[in-house]
Write a new protein. Structure first.
Length: 361
């Protein structure tokens, strides 16, 4: 059996221009190298899986290449990585500061990448302070962290800070498309959108989910399979439920809800998602607000079609019913009944009784 390389490693960027969604940082770093204006202490901070360590490695290699301290096979002599999660004691930092004093044998700079720097103990931070305040001319420190607030202010004030942002759903989706083409994987565009949405701005998480679903679907990724693997209700479930509400089919609605609960879905998550669905239908009524819906393009078309069946007032009433059930859910002694009452109310919105009441008022 061949060794499988996960996509996060296989497609890890090797150049700044292939880093996804962080152009505000990669452009700045490239200009800093070109103009020899790079600070000696840099802090990369931001959520997990957005490219902090990747950018640190690319930057370190670029410095080495400009400096001429890279071997013919691309090995960089003067790059040292330290994981602060497992090397967080004072002794570890003292060993590092002792090593920093010595100039490199080849080239001009020694680059130290310290990952998860917030894990250093307070005494280790203090031991590191003096070196960071007055680093030797040949030393460059690149610190990376997911929790900037845990780093003491005296360290922060000595670093040039780069804030990495969450990667947009569209950027992640486009990156997944490129990988799918390279790997000859068939896919539904809305399935990739769902993966990107679930990743919550972390590209590494998106690639991990993508690998799992690729294996499950045998290189043919569909929206329904993706929803099944991620254990989330796909948009079609809510679309079908809304159609049943429109037709006032209370028994069918309650039966469909029972099937959803039997599959292990949380009824609180379901009613909150239903409220969000009606909100999306409201947004789909107008071309100006259509882009406020965070779904794939094919699903947007379905939402726009379904929204024509509902009046604006009916959708507002539906959102209020779902919101009321969502708020009351935790305080209810019978949470399931709370959701079922909401579903029956939703099924009655377009009924003859509700039409009579609206005409009377």
């Amino acid at each position: 059996m061949e060794n499988f390389i996960v996509s996060a490693r296989k497609y890890r960027p090797q150049e700044f221009d292939t880093v996804v969604g962080q152009s505000h940082i990669t452009d700045t770093l490239e200009h800093a190298i070109e103009n020899s204006q790079l600070a000696q202490a840099l802090l990369f901070c931001g959520p997990r899986g957005v490219g902090k360590t990747t950018c640190a490695r690319i930057l370190a290699r670029k410095i080495n290449e400009k400096d001429g301290s890279t071997s013919e096979d691309g090995f960089a002599y003067n790059i040292f990585e330290l994981d602060a999660a497992s090397n967080n004691s004072v002794d570890d930092i003292r060993d590092l500061t002792d090593q920093v004093r010595f100039a490199p044998q080849i080239g001009k700079y020694k680059i130290y990448i310290i990952d998860e720097v917030h894990m250093l103990s307070s005494s280790a931070f203090n031991a590191f302070l003096k070196t960071l305040e007055e680093p030797p001319a040949h030393a460059i420190f690149i610190l990376a962290t997911t929790e900037k607030h845990k780093i003491i202010p005296t360290i922060l004030s000595r670093c040039q800070i780069y804030d990495f942002k969450r990667i947009t759903i569209e950027d992640i989706q486009e990156h997944l498309r490129q990988i799918a083409h390279k790997e000859d994987i068939k896919y539904e565009d809305d399935a990739l959108f769902l993966i990107a949405q679930k990743a919550d701005g972390a590209l590494r998480d998106a690639l991990s989910i993508f690998d799992r679903i690729t294996t499950f679907s045998q290189k043919n990724i569909t929206l329904s399979q993706t929803a099944e693997v991620l254990n989330i209700l796909d948009y079609d479930q809510y679309l079908n439920m809304a159609d049943l509400f429109k037709e006032n089919k209370i028994p069918e609605v309650l039966s469909a809800f029972n099937e959803i609960v039997k599959k292990g879905f949380d009824s609180h998550v379901f009613i909150a998602g239903l409220g969000n669905h009606f909100r999306d239908l409201m947004m789909a009524r107008n071309a100006m607000t259509l882009n406020l819906i965070e779904v794939g393009e094919q699903t947007k078309v379905k939402f726009a079609e379904q929204s024509k069946n509902w009046s604006a007032q009916q959708l507002i009433d539906a959102i209020e019913i779902c919101n009321h059930a969502d708020i009351n859910y935790k305080n209810s002694k019978n949470p399931r009944l709370t959701v079922e009452i909401a579903l029956m109310q939703l099924s009655s919105l377009t009924g003859t009784d509700s039409k009579k009441k609206s005409s009377e008022s």
